[in-house]
Design a protein around this ligand. Structure first.
Ligand code: NDP
Ligand code: MG
Length: 395
C-alpha cells in the first residue's frame, strides 16, 4: 500500500500563509517531511512581510505575494538573493492561485480570498478550503466552478472536515441530518445584560481554539456557527432543516452525521486545527500528525445542550439566509463584517452586531441571485454600506 511519502513531492500553494491557518499548514508540512515531501509553488500574505519572507525562504517557495501593493519593495528587499519571484496586489494574488500546483490551501480571511481561490479552482487544483466566504457569499458560483475545474474540495473548517470524514459517500442519500458542534464561546453562560457590556479583547479570548481575531469574535457571537451552517449547506447539499447546531463546550466531538437508520457517526479529536489541515492535505491518505491523542479515561465528561437563540440570534439569521437563498449569504456576511469592524473599533456594542445584520438582510431581501462573481462583490459592498448607514443613524 502506498503512503504519501512514497510519492513525488506534493505541490501545495498557501494563500494566507502568515495567518493562523497558514502557519498551522506550514507546521503540519514541516512535520510531514518539509522540503523533501512538499514543494510550494506560491505563498501569500499581506501585512506581515517579515514572516512571509521567512516562510518563503524556509519552504523554498517559487512565488511570494503580499496582497498589499504598497509593500512590494519591502517584500522584494526581504527576499533579495533568494531567487524567489515576488508579487504584490490583487492581480498577483490571483496569479498565485493560478500557479501550477496539486493543492491550494485557501487560508485568506474574508471576501479577499474569493478571487485567488476561484482562480485555483478554475485551474483544476484540489482546494483545501478554510476561507468561509467562498461558500457563504458565493456558494452556488463556487460549486459550479468546482465542477467545471474538476479538482476536489476538501473542507478545512474543523466541523466540516469532521463531517467529510464520517460522511459515507455511497450512503449520501441515507443522511438525515448533520449536527455541527459549537463550543458556545466565552459567553456561553452570559446573560444578555452581561453580553451587552463585553469588550473586543474579552470576546476574542476563545476558551478552546487558538484562531485569528475575527473568527474568534465571530465564535463568541456565534456568527461563526451561522457561517458554518451556510457552508455546510453548500458543501454537503443539505436542506436548511437538515442542519442542526448543538453546544458542546469541550470541543472534542467536532461534528456528526445522522443517518436514516438512527445511527450517528462522529469525529473526535483534540481541539487543534492541525487535525483538519493534515487530513485535508493528506487526503485520501491519513498521515501521522503531531497532535495530542485523546485519553478517554481522563476526559471527565462530554456535554451537549441546545443553543439559546435569544442570546445568539446569529443562528436564526443563518436559517433565514438559507431559506431566502440567492445573495442573502453574501449580504449576511457583508453586514456582519461591517458590524464586526465597528465592534472591534468600539463604536457599537456586542449585541448590536446581530441587530444590524438582521436589518440589512431585510433591506436587501429582493430575491437577487448571482450569475457572476461581480454580483457577489456588489451585494457585499451594498450590505456593508447599508450596515454602516444603519450604524450611523442617530438612535
Ligand atoms: P488570520 O487573520 O489569522 O490570517 C489571515 C491571512 O490572510 C493572513 O495571511 C493575512 O495576511 C491574510 N490577509 C488578511 N487580509 C487580506 C486581504 N485583504 N487580502 C489578502 N490576504 C489577506 O485568519 P485565520 O487564519 O484565522 O483564518 C483564515 C480563514 O480561515 C478565515 O476565513 C477563517 O474564517 C477560516 N478558518 C479559520 C480557522 C482557524 O483556526 N483560524 C478555523 C476555520 C476556518 P497578514 O497576516 O500578513 O496581514
Ligand atoms: Mg469551525
Amino acid at each position: 500500500m502506498s503512503d504519501i511519502h512514497d510519492q513525488a513531492p506534493r505541490r501545495i500553494t498557501i494563500l494566507g500563509a502568515t495567518g493562523s491557518i497558514g502557519c498551522n499548514t506550514l507546521d503540519v508540512m514541516a512535520h510531514l517531511g518539509g522540503r523533501g515531501a512538499f514543494e510550494v509553488p506560491a505563498i501569500t500574505g499581506m501585512g506581515n512581510i517579515d514572516l512571509l519572507a521567512r516562510q518563503a525562504r524556509t519552504a523554498g517557495a517559487g512565488f511570494a505575494v503580499t496582497a498589499d501593493p504598497d509593500r512590494y519593495q519591502d517584500l522584494k528587499q526581504a527576499l533579495s538573493g533568494s531567487g524567489i519571484e515576488v508579487g504584490a496586489g490583487p492581480s498577483a494574488l490571483v496569479e498565485a492561485g493560478e500557479r501550477e500546483t496539486d493543492l491550494v490551501m485557501a487560508g485568506i480571511v474574508g471576501i479577499a480570498g474569493l478571487a485567488p481561490t476561484l482562480a485555483a479552482v478554475s485551474r483544476g487544483a484540489d482546494i483545501a478550503l478554510a476561507n468561509k466566504e467562498c461558500l457563504v457569499s458565493a456558494g452556488d458560483l463556487f460549486a459550479t466552478a468546482m465542477t467545471k475545474g474538476g479538482g476536489r474540495l476538501l473542507p478545512v473548517d474543523s466541523e466540516h472536515n469532521a463531517i467529510f470524514q464520517v460522511l459515507e459517500q455511497a450512503q449520501r442519500h441515507a443522511v438525515e441530518r448533520i449536527i455541527l458542534t459549537a463550543s458556545g464561546g466565552p459567553f456561553r453562560d452570559y446573560s444578555r445584560e452581561q453580553m451587552a457590556a463585553v469588550t473586543p479583547e474579552v470576546a476574542a479570548a476563545h476558551p478552546n481554539w487558538s484562531m485569528g481575531l475575527k473568527i474568534s469574535i465571530d465564535s463568541a457571537s456565534m456568527f461563526n456557527k451561522a457561517l458554518e451552517m451556510i457552508e455546510a449547506r453548500h458543501l454537503f447539499g443539505m436542506k436548511p432543516e437538515q442542519i442542526e447546531v448543538i453546544i458542546h463546550p469541550q470541543s472534542i466531538v467536532h461534528s456528526m452525521v445522522g443517518y436514516c437508520d438512527g445511527s450517528v457517526l462522529a469525529q473526535l479529536g483534540a481541539p487543534d486545527m492541525r487535525h483538519a489541515i493534515g487530513y485535508a492535505i493528506s487526503h485520501p491518505h491519513r498521515a501521522p500528525l503531531p497532535v495530542e491523542r485523546l485519553d478517554f479515561a481522563k476526559l471527565a465528561k462530554l456535554e451537549f445542550h441546545a443553543p439559546d437563540e435569544t442570546r445568539f440570534p446569529a443562528l436564526a439569521l443563518a436559517r433565514t439566509a438559507m431559506q431566502r437563498g440567492g445573495l442573502q449569504g453574501a449580504v449576511l456576511n457583508g453586514a456582519k463584517e461591517a458590524a464586526l469592524e465597528a465592534f472591534i473599533a468600539g463604536t457599537i456594542g456586542f449585541l448590536q452586531m446581530a441587530d444590524i445584520v438582521a436589518a440589512t438582510m431585510d433591506r436587501l431581501d429582493d430575491g437577487r441571485r448571482a450569475s457572476m462573481i461581480e454580483d457577489v462583490y456588489a451585494a457585499d459592498r451594498e450590505a456593508r454600506a447599508i450596515a454602516k448607514a444603519i450604524m450611523e443613524r442617530p438612535a
